[in-house]
Ligand binder design. Structure first.
Ligand SMILES: C[S@@+](CC[C@H](N)C(=O)[O-])C[C@H]1O[C@@H](n2cnc3c(N)ncnc32)[C@H](O)[C@@H]1O
Length: 256
């Protein structure tokens, strides 16, 4: 660079440097354009809601109303809750996440199984349910339940923090299933287990309400979970209108 100590007082550059400055600016503009293009692409590639509005009925939930709805005899998963608990094979000391914990009756059952050295993360996107679970735990002197306010795209669980993830009647409420599964995969420790309970979706067997309400059946759920880095493990066939399927985390490979 040549300094102009003449009248202008500005610093001038020789021709060669000026043209390399132009080239530099052009390169900068190109890199900026590519970067902006990349982010524009990235944003448009974001997963879109598969079911906008599916969780509207839980907003500012009146918890008492949901206790009557969720914790009642005649609801298949409530009637079979002890079979479901056994299928989880929870051992003392493990960390389990109940994603979409609702009124928390499963979280309470898990808390006993995993004991004082274990942990239960009760994850919800609706704060009123979490307040209820906190109150219930305090009254019962339960100290191993941690409530977590998730978001529609993430359960906000730390990587490698849990051994089992349980999702009951909630997978079909995920607006962004692949985003959720990505974080669930990362949150599970090596070989961790993912347990999903949801509604069968079979014409002639499933009620019209469930056919309309539940966006996809067991086959699609299985495909989505497998595509997200899990291996199918087994199905427990003890329910009629619902299914319980389990998966194991497999380490991501290049084509995951
Ligand atoms: C039908 S309820 C099931 C509640 C409970 N698992 C049960 O079976 O009683 C579905 C719950 O999932 C919650 N939910 C929906 N999307 C969620 C998400 N992405 N993360 C965590 N909770 C979610 C809703 O707020 C609602 O409480």
């Amino acid at each position: 660079m040549i300094r102009d100590h003449g009248r202008t007082g500005f610093v001038t550059e020789p021709r060669a440097t000026r043209s390399s400055g132009l080239a530099g600016r052009a390169l900068f503009a190109l890199v900026t354009a590519i970067t902006l293009g990349f982010f524009a692409l990235d944003t448009s590639a974001q997963e879109k809601s598969v079911r906008p509005g599916i969780n509207d009925s839980f907003e500012d939930a009146e918890v008492e109303r949901f206790i009557e709805r969720f914790e009642r005899n005649g609801r298949e998963i409530y009637d079979r809750r002890f079979d479901i608990l056994n299928a989880l094979e929870l051992k003392p000391g493990v960390a389990v996440a109940d994603i979409g914990a609702g009124t928390g009756f499963f979280a309470k059952m898990f808390s006993e199984k995993v004991g004082e050295k274990g942990k239960v993360y009760a994850v919800e996107i609706e704060q009123n349910f979490l307040d209820h679970i906190d109150e219930m735990a305090e009254k019962a002197g339960i100290e191993n339940i941690v409530t977590v306010l998730g978001e529609p795209r993430t359960p906000k669980l730390e990587p490698n923090s849990v051994d089992v993830v349980f999702i009951c009647d909630t997978y079909h409420h995920f607006e962004y299933p692949f985003d959720m599964l990505r974080v669930i995969h990362a949150a599970l420790r090596e070989g961790g287990r993912l347990v999903i309970v949801d509604f069968e979706r079979v014409k002639g067997v499933t009620s019209d309400f469930s056919i309309g309400h539940v966006r996809c059946g067991k086959g699609t759920v299985t495909d989505e979970v497998k595509d997200s880095g899990f291996t199918f493990e087994r199905e427990y066939p003890f329910m009629k209108e619902q299914y319980l399927i389990t998966f194991r985390k497999r380490p991501h490979t290049f084509d995951d």
